[in-house]
Write a protein that binds this ligand. Structure first.
Ligand code: PHE
Ligand code: ZN
Length: 887
């Protein structure tokens, strides 16, 4: 089933009967169609009776007519994939003719204006592989309700603007499920007879149903406590399957860091007596902020020196903080409807970013954020799935948990914070939270609160929420008679649903340097809010070197052709680390783009200029103190970033150009890289901190350059590193270096790894990823073999992402092979997966959708697979992505 957009723009509300005729929930929903709920539910009492054969759910709701709602008075309860047993109003069971039951809803035509509704139904968590609603992950039963998973648990208005206080009773076998958890405080527990027990939980805060959570299982636990600034003692517990407890300490420490940071920075204190986290192995996303009971993917909790890399440690720290920050930005103030998702996600990602910057190296942390925008968000914004930070319509909400809503949303907040200044921004967020505490609100409400508190005029700025696409800026200068004129223009390319774009309000930071690298004047922030603007600066002795869009003040593409000499100068002395790195990237890009273009046109490769090698030489001679910054500055732009410079990417030309430059740099500086490697080798036990992880990054980078030219002795050296390392970061550095080098050293390291970590599925994901991304002629056959391997599990999203994501994203040469077999493999697996886990299948389909961004034969071969998918019976999730790709 393909998703259909109504081209005329005419919208209507299908009746239940029509909805059923459409077999799946494939009609498009529009932001402009929002209607307040006809009924509100103040109190919810849920009773779960967990049995091997299925789970009985009994819900009792105190319902009343919404005084703010006009129009029809029918009560619409969403629900799917479950068996209804009974419906009663004020204790009287309704006959089947007193309500209408469809495949996705139960409607009671004219209920009283205030009543108690009781619903009994049965669900089947054991066969729920979509990982939405109540499902099994190993020994654990858990729930996932965002966005609309609650309607797989019981019939309920599954929309975030219905907020209720929940009481949850869980009853289950005491041996199989010794731990029973739900949101809030446990107010009662005990024996239920026949080997069963029960527990009752009360959550004092009204919440939307997407924040509901329940967990039952035989779980191990670590425990700690935190005392808030005002003296509340919070019980912190982290549950996981037995045997994993020793991988959870870093997550617990991170939680306490996050709690302290939110108090210090925003004055926000935790509001319940317990904060419980459960780590499960099968989870579609990273983690979920359910009130007082977070459920996490183990990949975002587990971190032990020998099993997790520095990158994993940082990920765990940041995701733990992100979910904690949601307690205010998301839970206390939530979204009115799902079009407002960035209200909670953009703001929470921004808070997470600031937290990460405060914990790590500020410059390098920011560089990582900029890279994500450029390498992941810009491609989304320039492809078939481009949508505004606040989307106008969707078919399947799960398809809109995107990099645009999350990360571009955070950049938009960052621009507001910059315009307001730090303290004014923090005050404004407090104002927003105070004003709307306990409410479900909109992005517009947030912007209004920002304006009220800061005094900023955000009228034009609002377009950042409404218009999709990445603005393109050009900067040109004229220098004459001690005067510098800077001209900026902006335009934004059309996106699928918006052909005309209005100018954005864009902060562009600028600094100037003289030939000695000394700053000329103060750095400025220009505010570009028209299609074209000009600024004048006076009093120069000589033409300065300009550092533009310093620190990436706005999520835009800037065309400002600078000479290699200017870039080398900025790379050497720009005072902002992000800009130093950016100058290095631009310098590399100049060469890489020219060479990729030449290769694509079957011309002789373009050589790199001497200025580039001179810049690297002086960087290595006087490296920045921040070692991670050195590593970033020596890392070439990714294939994706290079490809972004072309209308249609020639994957092989881009890969060829990047590999050639990397090898050329490695050849010229072999001795220096060896010195760098030896100077940055481990000298003591593993510690996760800024200095040590920076050192390890430089070490890994040096190994990687040396491996790129198979430098003499590098194989044995890498194998020795692998064998001697006390931590996963260095082990992965060694394996990464060996990955594409055939021979004994590689085989021995890979074999050892697979044996050593056989019982650690998350660690084996690293192995799967390495296998899938290895350059080899039979790469596709290898991936097909791994799909059948016992270490792979098609029902686990982490395994699927490691193997198929590792292949499609990490093995350009095989995935994009001209024979189209890589695309075919991916499409085969999408079809297989779509029957089990549509959300994950849709995410994989997103890799084929931007076929127009690839030169042919690749582009056409990708489209062929999309067409093949479109001809199949697809879920609403995957159907929407495929349709967007073919539109
Ligand atoms: N709300 C979660 C977060 O951003 C992400 C999520 C979305 C998890 C949907 C599960 C399902 O932290
Ligand atoms: Zn979030």
């Amino acid at each position: 089933l393909a998703a259909m957009a109504d081209a005329s723009g005419h919208r209507r509300h299908p009746t239940i009967q029509e909805q059923d005729d459409m077999t799946a929930n494939t009609q498009r929903k529009y932001r402009a169609d929002y209607q307040p709920p006809a009924y509100l539910i103040d109190d919810v009492a849920l009773d779960f009776d967990i049995r091997d054969t299925g789970t009985r759910v009994r819900g009792q709701y105190q319902v009343r007519r919404n005084p703010d709602a006009a129009g029809a008075a029918a009560l619409q309860l969403d629900g799917r994939d479950m068996q209804l047993h009974s419906v009663a109003i004020d204790g009287r069971a309704l006959g089947a003719d007193e309500y209408e039951l469809g495949e996705h809803a139960l409607v009671i035509a004219a209920p009283p204006s205030q009543f108690s509704l009781t619903i009994e139904n049965e669900i089947d968590p054991e066969h729920n592989l979509a990982l939405e609603g109540l499902y099994r992950s190993g020994d654990i039963l858990c729930t996932q309700c965002e966005a609309t998973g609650f309607s797989r648990i019981t019939y309920f208005p599954d929309r975030p603007d219905v907020m209720s206080r929940y009481t949850t009773r869980i009853e289950a076998d005491a041996d199989q499920y010794p731990v029973l958890l739900a949101n809030g405080n446990c107010v009662e527990s005990g024996d239920a007879g026949a080997g069963r027990h029960y527990a009752v939980f009360e959550d004092p805060f009204a919440k939307p149903c997407y924040l509901f959570a329940l967990v039952a299982g035989d779980l191990g636990m670590i425990r700690d406590s935190y005392t808030t600034a005002s003296g509340r003692e919070v019980d912190l517990r982290l549950y996981t399957e037995h045997g994993n407890e020793d991988q959870c300490d870093h997550a617990m420490a991170s939680l306490k860091q996050a709690m302290a940071w939110d108090e210090d920075t925003y004055g926000l204190e935790y509001d319940l007596d317990s904060y419980v986290t459960v780590a499960v192995g099968s989870f579609n996303m990273g983690a979920m902020e359910n009130k007082g009971l977070n459920v996490f993917n183990t990949a975002c909790i587990f971190a032990r020196a020998d099993t997790a890399t520095d990158g994993d440690f940082a990920l765990v720290r940041d995701v733990v903080a992100h979910e904690y920050f949601h307690n205010y930005t998301g839970n206390r103030v939530t979204c009115r409807d799902w079009f407002q998702l960035s209200l909670k996600e953009g703001l929470t990602v921004y808070r997470e970013h600031q937290f990460a910057i405060d914990q790590g190296s500020p410059g390098v942390t920011r560089i990582g954020q900029v890279r994500t925008i450029r390498e992941v968000q810009f491609p989304e914004d320039g492809g078939p799935r481009a949508h505004p930070v606040r989307p106008e319509s969707y078919v399947e909400m799960n398809n809109f948990y995107t990099i645009t809503v999350y990360e571009k949303g955070a950049e938009v907040i960052r621009m507001i914070a910059q315009m307001a200044g730090r303290d004014a921004f923090l005050r404004a967020v407090r104002h927003y939270l105070d004003k709307h505490d306990g409410q479900a609100v909109t992005i517009e409400d947030f912007v209004v609160a920002m304006e009220e508190s800061t005094g900023l005029d955000l009228d034009q700025f609002r377009r950042w929420y409404a218009q999709a696409g990445t603005p393109r800026l050009t900067l040109t200068t004229e220098f004459d008679q001690n005067q510098l004129r800077v001209r900026l223009t902006q335009s934004t390319p059309a996106t699928p649903d918006q052909s005309e774009k209005q100018p954005f309000d864009i902060p562009v930071a600028l600094a100037m340097f003289d030939a000695q690298g000394l700053p000329v004047g103060e750095p400025q922030v220009l505010r570009l809010n028209q299609a074209e603007q000009q600024w004048q600066f006076d009093g120069f002795d000589a033409q300065p070197t300009i550092s533009a869009l310093r620190g990436f003040t706005a999520p835009v593409k800037l065309d400002y052709p600078q000479s290699d000499a200017e870039l080398a100068r900025l790379m050497a002395f720009d005072s902002d680390p992000v800009s130093r790195w950016d100058a290095a990237q631009a310098l590399y890009l100049n060469t890489l783009v020219a060479d990729a273009r030449a290769r694509g046109a079957d011309q002789p490769p373009a050589a790199a200029p001497q200025a580039l090698f001179d810049a690297i030489e002086s960087l290595l001679a006087t490296p920045p103190d921040d070692r991670a910054l050195l590593a970033e500055m020596l890392t070439l732009p990714s294939e994706t970033r290079i490809g972004e410079q072309f209308d249609a990417t020639d994957v092989f030309a881009v890969n060829g150009a990047r590999r050639a430059l990397k090898q050329e740099i490695a050849r010229r500086f072999t001795g220096l890289f060896e010195t760098l490697r030896d100077a940055h080798a481990a000298s003591g036990p593993y510690v996760f901190d800024v200095a040590e992880s920076g050192r390890r990054r430089v070490f890994a980078l040096a190994l990687d350059y040396l491996a790129a030219i198979d430098a003499p002795g590098i194989r044995d050296h890498a194998l020795a590193v692998y064998n001697d390392a006390d931590n996963m970061t260095d082990r992965m550095a060694a394996l990464g270096a060996l990955r594409d080098l055939t021979g004994d050293a590689r085989t021995r390291a890979m074999t050892d790894f697979a044996e050593r970590w056989a019982d650690y599925p998350l660690v084996m994901d690293k192995w799967l990823r390495l296998q899938a991304s290895t350059r080899r002629d039979d790469a596709i056959a290898q991936v097909r073999a791994l799909l059948e391997d016992a270490r792979f599990d098609f029902t686990n999203p982490n395994r699927v992402r490691a193997l198929l994501g590792g292949f499609a994203r990490g093995n350009g040469e095989a995935f994009h092979h001209a024979d189209g077999q890589g695309y075919q493999l991916l499409a085969d697996e999408i079809l297989r997966l779509d029957r089990l886990n549509p959300q994950l299948a849709a995410a994989l389909a997103g890799l084929l959708a931007p076929w127009r961004r690839y030169a042919s034969p690749q582009g056409t071969a990708m489209r062929e697979q999309l067409t093949r998918l479109a001809a199949s019976d697809l879920s609403a999730n995957t159907g929407e992505i495929v349709a967007a790709g073919l539109a």
